[in-house]
Write a protein that binds this ligand. Structure first.
Ligand code: A2P
Length: 342
């Protein structure tokens, strides 16, 4: 019976529903994850409040947050004002946040989640994710050297995430930046399986094997850095600019749409949800309207598929400083040379 119920759950977790704004995804318990969300990574505290409010006003129903983004208090002010002003009901909004790497010990997970809830002025999250399969010492924000790092303890942290779910503090739990290998380990110890894996994904990093694995195992993928994250700090010189890719630009021109719209629509067509970050009202609106503004036919999808070059903008090297227990190979469970082939 249990096996039958979990198979039913698997079917429903992949079921795609449509709503007026965009595609959306039905989770095993019937909750709806809207396909287009607003990313808040890199949104400055003094800009994020108006961006979140504007986004909700124009129809966004999915907001992606994280404690490490340093702006959850301002996001919380926007959410609270939207509820008070009757712009949206809490039950109609999907809010994701993420556990920072310094709080992965079992005694720190629930307090970290409670802090996020207090900052966001919410009673529960729709989704709570382990931000990285990487642990830093409690009290460290970002590691300056390998001495600030500790080995990742998947079982300890996942069990605490399950407790968060049981306490009703998070309706769904999942992971971020997890490889197939790490997902397999999680599934082997989980009472509640991860329902979402949030990873970098765009035409230069299509991660087909990971996407196939997730599809087969009822794990939804949310793509981050869909637009190539041009505004992130410490970018290496000369990295390829996704929004300027000639193939993407040609498809956009043919459609009278923007390159951003083509990139986001590619993500939706691949079955993922997307969380483009913007603090610009015009672009916020544009990014939500991609279902109306772009149709990718099979020839367009074929051309976009050919752009795959396994290139990571967020390559994780910052976790692999000298003396760290992590290497690029162990972080992604793949050879380190792939990102450097460009
Ligand atoms: P802005 O916030 O000024 O709109 P990603 O989601 O991959 O991290 O990318 C975010 C970056 O893309 C930000 O610099 C954001 O700038 C920019 N951006 C967001 N939407 C669009 C769009 N429709 N066209 C061009 N750039 C965009």
């Amino acid at each position: 019976m249990l096996r039958f119920l979990s198979l039913v759950g698997l079917f429903f977790s992949l079921n795609i529903a449509t709503s007026s704004a965009s595609k959306s995804y039905r989770m095993a318990n019937g909750d709806i994850l809207p396909g287009i969300g607003l990313g808040t990574w890199k949104s400055a505290p003094n800009e994020v409040k108006s961006a979140v409010k504007e986004a909700i006003k124009v129809g966004y129903r999915h907001i992606d947050c994280a404690a490490i983004y340093g702006n959850e208090k301002e996001v919380g002010e926007a959410l609270s004002e939207c509820f008070k002003e009757g712009i949206v009901d809490r039950k109609d909004l999907w809010v994701t946040s993420k556990l920072w790497n310094a709080n992965q010990a079992k005694e720190h997970v629930i307090p970290a989640l409670k802090q996020t809830l207090s900052d966001l002025q919410l009673d529960y999250l729709d989704l709570y994710l382990i931000h990285w399969p990487v642990r830093v010492k409690h009290g460290v924000t970002f590691p300056e050297s390998g001495d600030d790092m500790e080995p990742f303890n998947l079982e300890e942290t996942w069990k605490a995430m399950e407790e968060a779910r049981e306490l009703g503090l998070a309706r769904h739990i999942g992971v971020s930046n997890f490889s197939i290998e790490k997902l397999k380990k999680t599934l082997s110890i989980a009472t509640y399986k991860p329902e979402v894996n949030q990873v970098e994904r765009h035409p230069y990093l299509q991660q087909k094997a990971l996407a196939d694995f997730c599809r087969k195992n009822g794990i939804h993928i949310t793509n981050y850095s869909s637009l190539g994250s041009r505004d992130r700090p410490n970018k290496p010189e000369g990295e390829p600019i996704l929004l300027d890719d000639p193939t993407v630009m040609a498809i956009a021109e043919k459609q009278g749409a923007s390159p951003a719209a083509v990139l986001l629509k590619w993500g939706l067509e691949e079955g993922a949800s997307v969380i483009p970050k913007s603090v610009n009202p015009e672009r916020l609106k544009q990014n939500l309207e991609i279902n109306e503004s772009v149709t990718l036919d099979s020839a367009d999808m074929e051309k976009l598929r050919a752009l795959d070059r396994h290139f990571r903008y967020v390559d994780g090297k910052f976790w692999c400083k000298e003396g760290s227990p992590y290497t690029i190979e162990s972080l992604w469970d793949e050879p380190s040379t792939v990102s450097e082939e460009l």
